[in-house]
Design a binder for this molecule. Structure first.
Ligand code: TRP
Ligand code: SF4
Length: 408
């Protein structure tokens, strides 16, 4: 990846996402997040990172969650097929530019924006045993904004619960560009930059800008942005000016990211609730086949089926949720029919699910073993990712410092 390409404004093709290090991952992570990452890495320029600072905002007194957890999580990423050749994998705390940008953004972030993010109160309620009335926890979403903006990421794949954080990131970026993109003589500089594109492109740009400003034509602005992207003759600063000039704001130094909502089917846990470590209902990706089979064999079914002859209702059974994820129509029909008529027993019903999960986990576990046996390789992958990420992050900070007058 060339630096020049990676630092174009409005990097719509760049994807960034982070995950807090929670140790070994489970099927919920796989179906809910990682399968999507594996797909995205072939379609976009992806940055995936371990959000260890984010973990500290809630686990500051329990730093044992770091260390091994970080490496276990990375091993699981690699094991499911997140490919360091396609995506940049790195560790947040090894790219200190995240922290610097967080600090600089904190200067312009109104307290109210942070206080009204829903996760702030929700998590305080949920994690009552922890004192989360800290400065760091309040700043959680802003740190996330810095994570995203430091790479000028165009897309952020997250679940529903993180949408508010990306929304806030957009507001922070807008405010930043508004305050620091309005340099002295902005309009004159923009007009001069237009001229530099050459007569034909200048005319095209001006026409598209007019179409957008007068009629709100979204296609016109998209075309204009593509036109800017293709310009070889103008500087990065001029590009930023012209991006901003399209919308009538200042220079776009930090582009606003879009949410890429991951609408994964919710992976059920062993008890029918969402699979989550805090509910103790998970199947870990590296659980042994014997453990997996045991967990499924002992998982609850429709309570109405006390005896083999009692008919049941799949709608009331957590095993059915697994069939929805793993079984084809034929198997599903077999379950519904067999359950309602007591034609099959719960042990029979669980068998195809056990088989499907074991088959899914087999290649993952084989790959995980290779990485477990070569931790140096895992460290190397992350080390290289850190370097690559830093190159991009450093460049953004040069621009941010300059825009904020920190240029001596
Ligand atoms: N807050 C996210 C979560 O809890 C993790 C995260 C940190 C993140 N920084 C990010 C996700 C940046 C996307 C982009 O899941
Ligand atoms: Fe659940 Fe299957 Fe038993 Fe019906 S037969 S109660 S769906 S496990």
């Amino acid at each position: 990846m060339e630096l020049s390409l990676s630092n174009l404004p409005n990097q719509q093709n760049r994807v960034l996402s982070g995950m807090r290090p929670t140790g070994a991952l489970h099927l919920g992570h796989y179906h809910g997040v990682l399968k999507n990452w594996v797909k995205l890495q072939h379609e976009y320029e992806c940055y995936f990172f371990v959000a260890d600072w984010h973990a500290l905002t809630t686990h500051y007194d329990d730093v044992a969650v770091l260390g091994d957890s970080v490496w276990d999580m990375v091993i699981d990423w690699l094991a499911v097929g997140v490919n360091p050749g396609s995506a940049c994998l790195f560790l947040q705390s090894q790219v200190p530019e995240h922290a610097e940008l967080h600090l600089l953004l904190s200067m312009i972030t109104p307290l109210g924006w942070l206080e009204r993010v829903p996760t702030y109160k929700d998590q305080q309620e949920k994690l009552k045993e922890k004192d989360l009335a800290t400065y760091g926890f309040l700043g959680y979403p802003l740190l996330q904004s810095a994570d995203i903006l430091v790479y000028k990421a165009g897309m952020v794949p997250v679940g529903e619960d993180q949408v508010a954080h990306v929304e806030m990131t957009r507001e922070v970026a807008r405010r930043f560009n508004y305050i620091y993109g309005r340099e002295i003589g902005y309009e004159d500089k923009a007009l001069a930059a237009i001229k530099k594109m050459g007569k034909k492109n200048a005319k095209l740009y001006t026409g598209l800008r007019k179409k957008f400003q007068e009629k709100g034509d979204e296609e016109a602005i998209a075309t204009a942005r593509a036109l800017l992207d293709s310009q070889q003759n103008i500087t990065l600063s001029d590009k930023e000016r012209l991006y901003g000039y399209l919308e009538g704001g200042g220079r776009v130094i930090l582009p606003e990211p879009e949410v890429l909502l991951t609408r994964a089917a919710k992976m059920p846990g062993l008890d029918g609730q969402k699979m989550s470590k805090s509910y103790h209902n998970t199947i870990a990706l590296r659980e042994t086949p014997a453990e997996v089979a045991k967990k499924l064999k002992t998982m609850p079914t429709d309570p109405a089926r006390v005896r083999r002859n009692d008919p049941g209702d799949p709608a009331k059974c957590p095993v059915w949720q697994f069939h929805l994820v793993y079984s084809d129509d034929e198997t599903k029909n077999w379950v519904v029919e067999g359950c309602k008529t007591a034609g099959i027993g719960c042990v029979d019903c669980k068998a195809p699910v056990i088989d499907a999960i074991l088959e899914e986990l087999k290649p993952i576990q084989e790959r995980a073993r290779e990485y477990e046996e070569d931790k140096a390789m895992v460290r190397n992958i992350i080390h290289e990712g850190n370097e690559k990420a830093r190159d991009v992050a450093r460049q953004t900070l040069i621009e941010v410092r300059s825009a904020m007058g920190l240029e001596y």
